[in-house]
Design a protein around this ligand. Structure first.
Ligand code: CAA
Length: 380
Protein backbone atom coordinates (compact mmCIF):
# COMPACT_ATOMS: atom_id res chain seq x y z
CA UNK A 1 0.00 0.00 0.00
CA UNK A 2 1.23 3.45 -0.87
CA UNK A 3 -0.32 6.58 0.64
CA UNK A 4 2.19 8.97 -0.87
CA UNK A 5 1.81 10.49 -4.31
CA UNK A 6 4.48 9.64 -6.85
CA UNK A 7 6.91 12.29 -8.05
CA UNK A 8 4.89 12.61 -11.29
CA UNK A 9 1.68 13.26 -9.38
CA UNK A 10 3.40 15.81 -7.14
CA UNK A 11 4.73 17.53 -10.26
CA UNK A 12 1.24 17.64 -11.72
CA UNK A 13 -0.06 19.19 -8.49
CA UNK A 14 2.68 21.80 -8.47
CA UNK A 15 2.21 22.70 -12.12
CA UNK A 16 -1.58 23.07 -11.80
CA UNK A 17 -1.31 24.92 -8.48
CA UNK A 18 1.12 27.44 -9.98
CA UNK A 19 -1.13 27.87 -13.01
CA UNK A 20 -4.27 28.21 -10.85
CA UNK A 21 -2.69 30.85 -8.60
CA UNK A 22 -1.30 32.85 -11.51
CA UNK A 23 -3.97 32.52 -14.19
CA UNK A 24 -7.22 31.48 -12.51
CA UNK A 25 -7.49 32.87 -8.99
CA UNK A 26 -6.91 36.58 -9.80
CA UNK A 27 -10.11 36.80 -11.88
CA UNK A 28 -12.24 34.20 -10.05
CA UNK A 29 -14.31 36.68 -8.03
CA UNK A 30 -14.94 38.97 -10.99
CA UNK A 31 -15.86 36.11 -13.33
CA UNK A 32 -18.29 34.86 -10.66
CA UNK A 33 -19.80 38.31 -10.13
CA UNK A 34 -20.23 39.02 -13.85
CA UNK A 35 -20.99 35.41 -14.86
CA UNK A 36 -18.21 35.45 -17.47
CA UNK A 37 -16.70 32.35 -19.05
CA UNK A 38 -13.09 33.11 -20.00
CA UNK A 39 -12.09 30.91 -22.93
CA UNK A 40 -8.47 32.03 -22.68
CA UNK A 41 -8.12 30.04 -19.41
CA UNK A 42 -9.21 26.88 -21.24
CA UNK A 43 -6.82 27.69 -24.09
CA UNK A 44 -3.94 28.00 -21.63
CA UNK A 45 -4.92 24.69 -20.05
CA UNK A 46 -4.66 23.21 -23.54
CA UNK A 47 -1.15 24.62 -23.96
CA UNK A 48 -0.14 22.98 -20.66
CA UNK A 49 -1.56 19.62 -21.76
CA UNK A 50 -4.27 19.62 -19.08
CA UNK A 51 -7.15 19.19 -21.55
CA UNK A 52 -6.04 15.68 -22.48
CA UNK A 53 -4.36 14.46 -19.28
CA UNK A 54 -5.49 10.82 -19.29
CA UNK A 55 -5.43 10.08 -23.03
CA UNK A 56 -2.50 8.48 -24.84
CA UNK A 57 -0.16 10.70 -26.81
CA UNK A 58 -1.27 8.99 -30.08
CA UNK A 59 -4.65 10.70 -29.79
CA UNK A 60 -3.24 14.04 -28.69
CA UNK A 61 -3.30 13.40 -24.94
CA UNK A 62 -0.65 13.78 -22.26
CA UNK A 63 -0.35 10.07 -21.48
CA UNK A 64 -0.89 10.50 -17.73
CA UNK A 65 -3.46 8.71 -15.54
CA UNK A 66 -6.81 9.43 -13.88
CA UNK A 67 -5.12 10.31 -10.59
CA UNK A 68 -3.23 13.10 -12.36
CA UNK A 69 -6.54 14.25 -13.82
CA UNK A 70 -8.35 14.43 -10.45
CA UNK A 71 -5.38 16.24 -8.90
CA UNK A 72 -5.68 18.85 -11.68
CA UNK A 73 -9.43 19.30 -11.12
CA UNK A 74 -8.84 19.54 -7.35
CA UNK A 75 -6.17 22.23 -7.70
CA UNK A 76 -8.23 24.32 -10.13
CA UNK A 77 -11.31 24.03 -7.90
CA UNK A 78 -9.32 25.11 -4.88
CA UNK A 79 -9.34 28.62 -6.34
CA UNK A 80 -12.23 28.48 -8.84
CA UNK A 81 -14.81 25.69 -8.95
CA UNK A 82 -16.13 26.93 -12.31
CA UNK A 83 -12.75 26.30 -13.93
CA UNK A 84 -12.62 22.90 -12.22
CA UNK A 85 -15.92 21.78 -13.73
CA UNK A 86 -15.02 23.16 -17.16
CA UNK A 87 -12.12 20.71 -17.24
CA UNK A 88 -14.03 17.89 -15.57
CA UNK A 89 -16.98 18.02 -18.00
CA UNK A 90 -14.56 18.36 -20.93
CA UNK A 91 -12.48 15.32 -19.98
CA UNK A 92 -14.86 12.99 -18.16
CA UNK A 93 -18.15 13.66 -19.89
CA UNK A 94 -17.26 14.62 -23.45
CA UNK A 95 -13.85 13.06 -24.15
CA UNK A 96 -14.11 9.83 -22.13
CA UNK A 97 -17.02 8.26 -24.05
CA UNK A 98 -15.29 9.04 -27.36
CA UNK A 99 -12.04 7.56 -26.06
CA UNK A 100 -13.84 4.46 -24.83
CA UNK A 101 -16.45 3.87 -27.54
CA UNK A 102 -15.30 5.95 -30.53
CA UNK A 103 -14.09 4.47 -33.82
CA UNK A 104 -10.52 5.37 -34.89
CA UNK A 105 -12.04 8.00 -37.22
CA UNK A 106 -14.14 9.50 -34.40
CA UNK A 107 -11.07 9.61 -32.14
CA UNK A 108 -9.12 11.42 -34.80
CA UNK A 109 -11.89 13.83 -35.71
CA UNK A 110 -13.29 14.60 -32.25
CA UNK A 111 -11.04 13.31 -29.43
CA UNK A 112 -7.80 14.74 -30.79
CA UNK A 113 -8.93 18.41 -30.88
CA UNK A 114 -10.55 17.92 -27.46
CA UNK A 115 -7.36 16.43 -26.01
CA UNK A 116 -5.23 19.18 -27.53
CA UNK A 117 -7.54 21.86 -26.14
CA UNK A 118 -8.41 23.17 -29.59
CA UNK A 119 -12.07 22.35 -29.01
CA UNK A 120 -14.17 22.29 -25.85
CA UNK A 121 -16.52 19.40 -25.06
CA UNK A 122 -19.93 19.02 -23.40
CA UNK A 123 -22.41 16.24 -22.54
CA UNK A 124 -26.18 16.28 -22.94
CA UNK A 125 -28.25 13.78 -20.97
CA UNK A 126 -30.70 15.69 -18.75
CA UNK A 127 -34.00 17.02 -20.14
CA UNK A 128 -36.71 19.21 -18.63
CA UNK A 129 -38.73 16.13 -17.66
CA UNK A 130 -35.87 13.65 -17.19
CA UNK A 131 -33.29 14.23 -14.46
CA UNK A 132 -32.60 11.45 -11.95
CA UNK A 133 -34.69 9.11 -14.13
CA UNK A 134 -32.32 9.50 -17.07
CA UNK A 135 -33.87 6.62 -19.06
CA UNK A 136 -37.16 8.54 -19.38
CA UNK A 137 -35.67 10.98 -21.91
CA UNK A 138 -37.83 12.16 -24.81
CA UNK A 139 -35.32 13.52 -27.36
CA UNK A 140 -35.59 11.35 -30.47
CA UNK A 141 -33.19 10.32 -33.20
CA UNK A 142 -35.03 8.90 -36.21
CA UNK A 143 -33.04 7.00 -38.84
CA UNK A 144 -33.32 8.48 -42.35
CA UNK A 145 -31.09 6.63 -44.81
CA UNK A 146 -27.51 7.06 -43.63
CA UNK A 147 -28.50 9.96 -41.36
CA UNK A 148 -30.35 10.48 -38.08
CA UNK A 149 -32.77 13.34 -37.43
CA UNK A 150 -32.67 14.67 -33.87
CA UNK A 151 -35.56 16.46 -32.17
CA UNK A 152 -35.88 17.56 -28.56
CA UNK A 153 -34.00 19.51 -25.93
CA UNK A 154 -31.41 18.96 -23.21
CA UNK A 155 -30.95 21.20 -20.20
CA UNK A 156 -28.27 22.10 -17.65
CA UNK A 157 -25.47 21.58 -20.15
CA UNK A 158 -22.11 22.47 -18.61
CA UNK A 159 -19.88 24.25 -21.18
CA UNK A 160 -23.08 24.70 -23.25
CA UNK A 161 -22.84 27.31 -26.01
CA UNK A 162 -19.06 27.55 -25.65
CA UNK A 163 -18.31 23.91 -26.50
CA UNK A 164 -17.77 22.79 -30.08
CA UNK A 165 -18.34 19.05 -29.51
CA UNK A 166 -21.38 17.57 -27.72
CA UNK A 167 -21.95 13.95 -26.74
CA UNK A 168 -25.74 13.62 -26.55
CA UNK A 169 -28.25 10.85 -25.95
CA UNK A 170 -31.52 10.28 -27.79
CA UNK A 171 -34.22 7.63 -28.16
CA UNK A 172 -33.92 5.57 -31.32
CA UNK A 173 -36.53 2.99 -30.25
CA UNK A 174 -39.14 4.19 -27.74
CA UNK A 175 -40.54 0.68 -27.23
CA UNK A 176 -37.35 -0.46 -25.52
CA UNK A 177 -36.95 2.20 -22.77
CA UNK A 178 -33.24 2.30 -21.74
CA UNK A 179 -32.29 -0.26 -24.38
CA UNK A 180 -33.69 2.07 -27.06
CA UNK A 181 -31.30 4.95 -26.26
CA UNK A 182 -28.34 5.79 -28.53
CA UNK A 183 -25.35 8.15 -28.14
CA UNK A 184 -24.33 10.71 -30.77
CA UNK A 185 -21.62 13.30 -31.31
CA UNK A 186 -22.99 16.64 -32.51
CA UNK A 187 -20.91 19.64 -33.56
CA UNK A 188 -21.69 23.26 -32.83
CA UNK A 189 -22.89 24.93 -36.03
CA UNK A 190 -24.85 21.93 -37.32
CA UNK A 191 -28.14 23.18 -38.84
CA UNK A 192 -31.03 22.46 -36.47
CA UNK A 193 -28.75 22.50 -33.40
CA UNK A 194 -29.10 25.67 -31.36
CA UNK A 195 -28.74 27.09 -27.87
CA UNK A 196 -31.56 28.12 -25.58
CA UNK A 197 -31.72 29.74 -22.17
CA UNK A 198 -28.54 30.39 -20.20
CA UNK A 199 -29.16 29.56 -16.53
CA UNK A 200 -28.61 32.16 -13.83
CA UNK A 201 -27.16 30.12 -11.01
CA UNK A 202 -26.39 30.21 -7.28
CA UNK A 203 -22.80 29.10 -7.82
CA UNK A 204 -20.25 28.06 -10.45
CA UNK A 205 -21.37 31.23 -12.16
CA UNK A 206 -18.43 31.51 -14.55
CA UNK A 207 -19.20 28.06 -15.94
CA UNK A 208 -21.91 28.44 -18.60
CA UNK A 209 -24.97 26.20 -18.18
CA UNK A 210 -27.30 26.23 -21.18
CA UNK A 211 -30.23 24.52 -22.76
CA UNK A 212 -29.46 22.92 -26.13
CA UNK A 213 -32.14 22.40 -28.78
CA UNK A 214 -32.55 20.02 -31.69
CA UNK A 215 -35.05 20.87 -34.41
CA UNK A 216 -34.84 18.43 -37.29
CA UNK A 217 -31.10 18.34 -36.75
CA UNK A 218 -29.65 16.00 -39.35
CA UNK A 219 -26.41 14.21 -38.51
CA UNK A 220 -24.55 11.49 -40.38
CA UNK A 221 -24.56 7.96 -38.99
CA UNK A 222 -20.76 8.23 -38.63
CA UNK A 223 -21.59 10.52 -35.67
CA UNK A 224 -23.32 7.71 -33.79
CA UNK A 225 -21.20 6.70 -30.81
CA UNK A 226 -21.34 2.97 -30.20
CA UNK A 227 -24.22 0.84 -31.42
CA UNK A 228 -27.91 1.66 -31.50
CA UNK A 229 -29.36 0.88 -28.06
CA UNK A 230 -26.00 1.17 -26.29
CA UNK A 231 -26.53 4.80 -25.30
CA UNK A 232 -27.84 4.34 -21.76
CA UNK A 233 -24.93 2.08 -20.85
CA UNK A 234 -22.51 4.62 -22.37
CA UNK A 235 -24.19 7.44 -20.42
CA UNK A 236 -23.97 5.52 -17.13
CA UNK A 237 -20.38 4.38 -17.66
CA UNK A 238 -19.41 7.95 -18.54
CA UNK A 239 -20.96 9.19 -15.30
CA UNK A 240 -19.03 6.57 -13.30
CA UNK A 241 -15.83 8.46 -14.06
CA UNK A 242 -17.46 11.89 -14.23
CA UNK A 243 -18.63 11.54 -10.66
CA UNK A 244 -15.05 11.20 -9.51
CA UNK A 245 -14.20 14.42 -11.33
CA UNK A 246 -16.95 16.09 -9.27
CA UNK A 247 -15.56 14.46 -6.12
CA UNK A 248 -12.22 16.11 -6.97
CA UNK A 249 -13.96 19.42 -7.56
CA UNK A 250 -15.63 19.10 -4.14
CA UNK A 251 -12.32 18.28 -2.42
CA UNK A 252 -10.74 21.32 -4.07
CA UNK A 253 -13.56 23.66 -3.04
CA UNK A 254 -13.40 22.37 0.54
CA UNK A 255 -9.61 22.69 0.69
CA UNK A 256 -9.73 26.23 -0.70
CA UNK A 257 -12.30 27.31 1.90
CA UNK A 258 -10.36 25.57 4.68
CA UNK A 259 -7.11 27.32 3.73
CA UNK A 260 -8.81 30.71 3.94
CA UNK A 261 -10.55 29.84 7.22
CA UNK A 262 -7.34 28.61 8.87
CA UNK A 263 -5.36 31.68 7.82
CA UNK A 264 -8.13 33.97 9.05
CA UNK A 265 -8.51 32.12 12.37
CA UNK A 266 -4.79 32.57 13.08
CA UNK A 267 -4.95 36.26 12.31
CA UNK A 268 -8.28 37.29 13.84
CA UNK A 269 -8.12 38.07 17.56
CA UNK A 270 -11.10 38.19 19.92
CA UNK A 271 -11.13 38.02 23.72
CA UNK A 272 -7.39 38.76 23.70
CA UNK A 273 -6.17 35.86 21.54
CA UNK A 274 -6.41 34.55 17.98
CA UNK A 275 -9.71 32.74 17.42
CA UNK A 276 -7.63 29.72 16.23
CA UNK A 277 -6.67 29.32 19.90
CA UNK A 278 -10.32 29.13 20.99
CA UNK A 279 -11.50 25.57 21.36
CA UNK A 280 -14.80 26.14 19.53
CA UNK A 281 -12.86 27.16 16.42
CA UNK A 282 -10.18 24.50 16.88
CA UNK A 283 -12.81 21.76 16.89
CA UNK A 284 -14.27 23.13 13.68
CA UNK A 285 -10.85 23.27 11.99
CA UNK A 286 -9.97 19.75 13.15
CA UNK A 287 -13.24 18.31 11.83
CA UNK A 288 -12.92 20.19 8.53
CA UNK A 289 -9.35 18.98 7.92
CA UNK A 290 -10.26 15.38 8.81
CA UNK A 291 -13.30 15.35 6.51
CA UNK A 292 -11.32 16.82 3.61
CA UNK A 293 -8.61 14.21 4.01
CA UNK A 294 -11.16 11.37 4.05
CA UNK A 295 -12.87 12.78 0.93
CA UNK A 296 -9.52 13.12 -0.83
CA UNK A 297 -8.54 9.52 -0.05
CA UNK A 298 -11.85 8.20 -1.45
CA UNK A 299 -11.38 10.31 -4.58
CA UNK A 300 -7.78 9.26 -5.17
CA UNK A 301 -8.69 5.64 -4.56
CA UNK A 302 -11.46 5.74 -7.19
CA UNK A 303 -9.03 7.36 -9.66
CA UNK A 304 -6.39 4.78 -8.89
CA UNK A 305 -8.90 1.95 -9.48
CA UNK A 306 -9.86 3.41 -12.86
CA UNK A 307 -6.20 3.79 -13.88
CA UNK A 308 -5.53 0.20 -12.80
CA UNK A 309 -8.39 -1.07 -14.98
CA UNK A 310 -10.33 -2.26 -11.92
CA UNK A 311 -14.06 -1.65 -11.23
CA UNK A 312 -14.54 1.89 -9.95
CA UNK A 313 -18.27 2.67 -10.21
CA UNK A 314 -19.02 2.12 -6.52
CA UNK A 315 -15.84 3.88 -5.37
CA UNK A 316 -16.60 6.84 -7.59
CA UNK A 317 -20.20 7.16 -6.33
CA UNK A 318 -18.93 6.95 -2.72
CA UNK A 319 -16.29 9.60 -3.41
CA UNK A 320 -18.74 11.99 -5.10
CA UNK A 321 -21.39 11.56 -2.43
CA UNK A 322 -19.01 11.93 0.52
CA UNK A 323 -16.89 14.71 -0.96
CA UNK A 324 -19.96 16.71 -2.04
CA UNK A 325 -21.40 16.55 1.47
CA UNK A 326 -17.98 17.45 2.92
CA UNK A 327 -17.65 20.44 0.59
CA UNK A 328 -21.02 21.77 1.74
CA UNK A 329 -20.19 21.26 5.44
CA UNK A 330 -16.66 22.62 5.24
CA UNK A 331 -17.55 25.73 3.24
CA UNK A 332 -20.46 26.47 5.60
CA UNK A 333 -18.08 26.23 8.58
CA UNK A 334 -15.53 28.39 6.78
CA UNK A 335 -18.15 31.13 6.42
CA UNK A 336 -18.98 30.67 10.12
CA UNK A 337 -15.32 31.08 11.15
CA UNK A 338 -15.15 34.33 9.17
CA UNK A 339 -18.35 35.50 10.92
CA UNK A 340 -19.94 38.59 9.39
CA UNK A 341 -16.99 39.07 7.03
CA UNK A 342 -17.54 35.59 5.62
CA UNK A 343 -21.02 36.55 4.54
CA UNK A 344 -19.71 39.36 2.35
CA UNK A 345 -18.17 39.21 -1.11
CA UNK A 346 -14.95 40.68 0.25
CA UNK A 347 -13.75 37.15 1.05
CA UNK A 348 -13.91 34.11 -1.25
CA UNK A 349 -15.55 31.73 1.26
CA UNK A 350 -19.10 32.84 0.42
CA UNK A 351 -18.42 32.06 -3.29
CA UNK A 352 -17.01 28.69 -2.28
CA UNK A 353 -20.09 27.92 -0.18
CA UNK A 354 -22.35 28.78 -3.14
CA UNK A 355 -20.14 26.70 -5.46
CA UNK A 356 -20.13 23.70 -3.12
CA UNK A 357 -23.89 23.18 -3.35
CA UNK A 358 -23.86 21.95 -6.94
CA UNK A 359 -21.51 19.09 -6.08
CA UNK A 360 -24.40 17.49 -4.15
CA UNK A 361 -26.66 17.86 -7.19
CA UNK A 362 -25.07 17.37 -10.59
CA UNK A 363 -23.81 14.17 -12.21
CA UNK A 364 -26.45 12.44 -10.12
CA UNK A 365 -27.77 13.90 -6.86
CA UNK A 366 -26.23 12.55 -3.68
CA UNK A 367 -29.50 10.68 -3.13
CA UNK A 368 -28.93 8.94 -6.51
CA UNK A 369 -25.31 8.19 -5.49
CA UNK A 370 -26.70 6.37 -2.46
CA UNK A 371 -29.02 4.39 -4.76
CA UNK A 372 -26.04 3.50 -6.95
CA UNK A 373 -23.93 2.47 -3.92
CA UNK A 374 -26.79 0.39 -2.49
CA UNK A 375 -27.29 -1.34 -5.86
CA UNK A 376 -23.63 -2.37 -5.85
CA UNK A 377 -23.90 -3.59 -2.23
CA UNK A 378 -26.90 -5.74 -3.07
CA UNK A 379 -25.17 -7.29 -6.10
CA UNK A 380 -21.91 -8.04 -4.27
N1 CAA B 1 -22.35 0.94 -16.04
C1 CAA B 1 -22.83 0.09 -16.98
N2 CAA B 1 -24.14 -0.21 -17.09
C2 CAA B 1 -24.98 0.36 -16.20
C3 CAA B 1 -24.55 1.24 -15.20
C4 CAA B 1 -23.17 1.52 -15.14
N3 CAA B 1 -22.67 2.36 -14.22
N4 CAA B 1 -25.61 1.64 -14.48
C5 CAA B 1 -26.69 1.02 -15.00
N5 CAA B 1 -26.29 0.24 -16.05
C6 CAA B 1 -27.13 -0.64 -16.85
C7 CAA B 1 -27.75 -1.73 -15.99
O1 CAA B 1 -26.87 -2.82 -15.87
C8 CAA B 1 -28.98 -2.06 -16.77
O2 CAA B 1 -28.61 -2.87 -17.88
P1 CAA B 1 -29.51 -4.15 -18.35
O3 CAA B 1 -30.86 -3.61 -18.69
O4 CAA B 1 -28.75 -4.67 -19.53
O5 CAA B 1 -29.58 -5.07 -17.19
C9 CAA B 1 -29.41 -0.73 -17.35
O6 CAA B 1 -28.24 0.09 -17.35
C10 CAA B 1 -30.50 -0.06 -16.57
O7 CAA B 1 -30.07 0.03 -15.22
P2 CAA B 1 -31.06 0.42 -14.07
O8 CAA B 1 -32.29 -0.46 -14.12
O9 CAA B 1 -30.30 0.48 -12.79
O10 CAA B 1 -31.50 1.89 -14.55
P3 CAA B 1 -32.52 2.93 -13.93
O11 CAA B 1 -33.35 3.47 -15.02
O12 CAA B 1 -33.19 2.35 -12.72
O13 CAA B 1 -31.54 4.13 -13.48
C11 CAA B 1 -29.95 5.32 -12.12
C12 CAA B 1 -30.45 3.98 -12.66
C13 CAA B 1 -28.67 4.98 -11.37
C14 CAA B 1 -30.94 5.97 -11.18
C15 CAA B 1 -29.63 6.25 -13.31
O14 CAA B 1 -30.80 6.65 -13.99
C16 CAA B 1 -28.87 7.50 -12.90
O15 CAA B 1 -27.65 7.44 -12.74
N6 CAA B 1 -29.58 8.63 -12.74
C17 CAA B 1 -28.93 9.91 -12.49
C18 CAA B 1 -28.65 10.60 -13.78
C19 CAA B 1 -27.50 11.54 -13.66
O16 CAA B 1 -26.50 11.26 -13.02
N7 CAA B 1 -27.61 12.65 -14.34
C20 CAA B 1 -26.55 13.60 -14.37
C21 CAA B 1 -26.63 14.37 -15.63
S1 CAA B 1 -25.12 14.90 -16.25
C22 CAA B 1 -24.67 16.25 -15.42
O17 CAA B 1 -25.09 16.57 -14.37
C23 CAA B 1 -23.60 16.90 -16.17
C24 CAA B 1 -23.10 18.21 -15.86
O18 CAA B 1 -23.50 19.18 -16.45
C25 CAA B 1 -21.88 18.36 -15.07
Amino acid sequence: MQFRLSEEHEMMRKMVRDFALKEVEPTAAERDEKEIFDRSIFDKMGQLGLTGIPWPEEVGGSGADYLSYVIAVEELSRVCASTGVTLSAHISLASWPIYKFGTPEQKDRYLRPLAEGKKLGAYGLTEPGSGSDAASMKTTAIKDGDHYILNGSKIFITNGGEAEIYVVFAVTDPSKRHKGITAFIVEKGTPGFSFGKKEKKLGIRSSPTLEILFENCRIHESQRLGEEGEGFKIAMMTLDGGRNGIAAQAVGIAQGAFDHALAYAKERSQFGKPIAKQQAIQFKLADMATQIEAARLLTYQAAWLESAGLPYGKASAMAKCFAGDVAMKVTTEAVQIFGGYGYTREFPVERMMRDAKITQIYEGTNEIQRVVIANYLMKE
